[in-house]
Design a protein around this ligand. Structure first.
Ligand code: GAL
Length: 422
C-alpha cells in the first residue's frame, strides 16, 4: 500500500497535481520540472515580445500539459542573452531550444558540439520544400540541418518621420551624397540628424555603411578567406562611417535601439538606421501609421540589396524536455506559427508559402523586395562572421568611435580577418 502511494505521488508530481499519500503528506509540485518547454531568446522589449507572446498563447492552448517557460534575457541583438546562454551551455544546463542566427553564429554552436542535428524534424514536416535553398544552406553543416528559421529580417532600412522631413524641406535620400546633405539640413534645423544607440547598433550602422560603399558582393567577399580588408573601397567605407558618426547623438551609448527609433517617432531626430524589427515597434508599440507617421527606404546606396538575417531555433544537446523541443521546432516552422509571429515582429516569414494578405504595408513591400534583391549577409546579426570575429570587429568599432583614426581602424580589421578567416 505504502509503495503504491509513493508511486502515485511521483506520477502525480510529474503532471503537476496535488495528491495525498498514505502518510497524509501533500505534495504539490508545479508543472515546472517534469513537463514544460523552456525556450531561450532575447525577445522582451518593445517590438520584440508581441510575436513571441502570440506563439506562446497557441503553444499553451495546444499543449496544456507542457506549458511554455519563457526564458528571455533582455537586450537587443542578444547583447546580454548570448553571454548568459554561453554560461548555461558551458555548465551543461541548456534550455530546450534557443534562438540563434542562421549562418556563422549558428554554425559556431554546431562546431562546439552543442547542438543536435534535426534532419528528422525537416523530414517529418517537409521543411526542405518550404524554406528558401539559400537559407537552408546557412543552417546546414556537413549535410545535416541544425535549426528551424522562423523569419527573415532586413537590416538596411532607413526609418524617418515624414512630417519632420516635409517641414524641413528634406526629401528621402537615395544616394550617399544626398544623405549627407539631408543630415546636414537636419543639423541646421536643430534636430538630431541620425539617431543612434548602444554598441551593437553602431556595428549595425557600420555594416550598412560598408554595404552602401562596396556593394553586396564586395561585402560578402570580405568574410571569406582572402577577403581584402586593405582595399581602397574598405577605406572609403570607413571614411564614410567616420563622417556619419558626426551626425549622431552624443548619448548613443546609453540608448537602446528602441530609444533611438523613438527619437524619430517623436520628431526629435530625422533618421534612424535599424533592422525591420523597428516596423513592429513603430506600428504595434508606438501605434504609428505606416507611410503617415513613420516612413522607410533602403539605406541610401543599398536599394535592391537585402542585408538579411534570420532568427532560428535549435535543439541543444541535453535539452531537458527533448520531445517537447522537437514538437516546438515542428510548430515553429508551420504556416500558422510563421503567419502569426511575423506580422507582429516586423519580419517576413522564412516559409515561401506564407499568406501576404496578413502582412501590413511595410512587410508587403519587404516580401516583394526579398524576391528580387541581391543578398548581403548581416555581420551584427550573425550571418557572415562567427562570434569571435564579430567581437574583434566590435572592439575595433568601439575604439574607432573614440579615436576616429581610420588607418588604425582599418589595420585592426585587417588583423582580425587574418586571425579569424577560415
Ligand atoms: C536581432 C534579432 C531580431 C531582433 C533584433 C533586436 O539580432 O535577430 O529578431 O530581435 O536583434 O533585438
Amino acid at each position: 500500500m505504502r509503495k503504491f502511494a509513493v508511486v502515485l505521488a511521483l506520477a502525480a508530481c510529474a503532471v503537476g497535481v496535488a495528491v495525498t499519500t498514505g502518510s497524509a503528506k501533500t505534495h504539490r509540485v508545479a508543472a515546472t520540472q517534469a513537463n514544460q518547454l523552456e525556450v531561450f531568446s532575447w525577445w522582451t522589449g518593445g517590438g520584440e515580445a508581441h510575436g513571441l507572446q502570440a506563439l506562446i498563447k497557441i503553444w499553451n492552448k495546444n499543449n496544456p500539459t507542457t506549458p511554455f517557460k519563457n526564458e528571455t534575457v533582455a537586450g537587443g541583438a542578444g547583447s546580454n542573452a548570448k553571454a548568459v546562454l554561453a554560461q548555461r551551455l558551458a555548465a551543461h544546463k541548456p534550455p530546450d531550444s534557443f534562438q540563434g542566427h542562421a549562418g556563422a553564429e549558428l554554425l559556431d554552436y554546431v562546431k562546439a558540439g552543442q547542438l543536435e542535428p534535426i534532419d528528422s524534424v525537416y523530414k517529418q514536416y517537409g521543411f526542405l520544400k518550404v524554406f528558401p535553398k539559400q537559407l537552408v544552406s546557412q543552417i546546414t553543416y556537413k549535410g545535416h540541418l541544425y535549426s528551424v528559421p522562423v523569419n527573415i529580417h532586413r537590416a538596411n532600412i532607413l526609418w524617418f518621420n515624414p512630417s519632420v522631413l516635409k517641414k524641413n524641406g528634406i526629401s528621402v535620400p537615395t544616394t550617399w551624397a544626398a544623405f549627407m546633405t539631408a543630415l546636414s539640413k537636419c543639423q541646421d534645423a536643430g534636430l538630431t540628424p541620425l539617431a543612434l544607440g548602444e554598441a551593437w547598433t553602431q556595428m549595425h550602422l557600420f555594416e550598412t555603411t560598408m554595404i552602401a560603399t562596396i556593394g553586396p558582393a564586395g561585402w560578402n567577399a570580405l568574410w571569406k578567406k582572402g577577403g581584402n580588408w586593405n582595399s581602397a573601397g574598405v577605406k572609403a567605407g570607413l571614411n564614410r562611417f567616420k563622417s556619419i558618426l558626426d551626425y549622431t547623438n552624443t548619448d548613443a551609448a546609453s540608448l537602446t535601439w528602441q530609444d533611438a527609433s523613438k527619437l524619430v517617432a517623436d520628431g526629435k531626430a530625422c533618421f534612424n538606421i535599424m533592422g525591420d524589427w523597428a516596423d513592429g515597434y513603430f506600428r504595434i508599440d508606438l501605434k504609428k501609421t505606416p507611410n503617415k507617421t513613420y516612413g522607410w527606404a533602403a539605406v541610401p546606396g543599398t536599394s535592391g540589396v537585402y542585408d538579411w538575417l534570420s532568427d532560428s531555433f535549435t535543439l541543444p544537446k541535453g535539452a531537458p524536455h527533448r520531445d517537447a523541443a522537437i514538437k516546438w521546432l515542428g510548430f515553429l516552422g508551420s504556416k500558422q506559427a510563421q503567419d502569426t509571429f511575423n506580422p507582429l515582429k516586423g519580419s517576413i516569414p522564412a516559409r515561401k508559402d506564407a499568406n501576404p494578405k496578413l502582412y501590413d504595408t511595410y512587410l508587403k513591400w519587404a516580401l516583394q523586395q526579398w524576391k528580387t534583391d541581391k543578398l548581403a549577409g548581416s555581420l551584427t546579426h550573425g550571418v557572415v562572421a562567427y562570434p569571435a570575429w564579430s567581437t574583434d570587429v566590435s572592439t575595433a568599432i568601439q575604439l574607432f568611435v573614440q579615436t576616429k583614426d581610420v588607418n588604425s581602424f582599418q589595420k585592426a580589421l585587417v588583423d582580425a580577418a587574418k586571425k579569424r578567416a577560415t
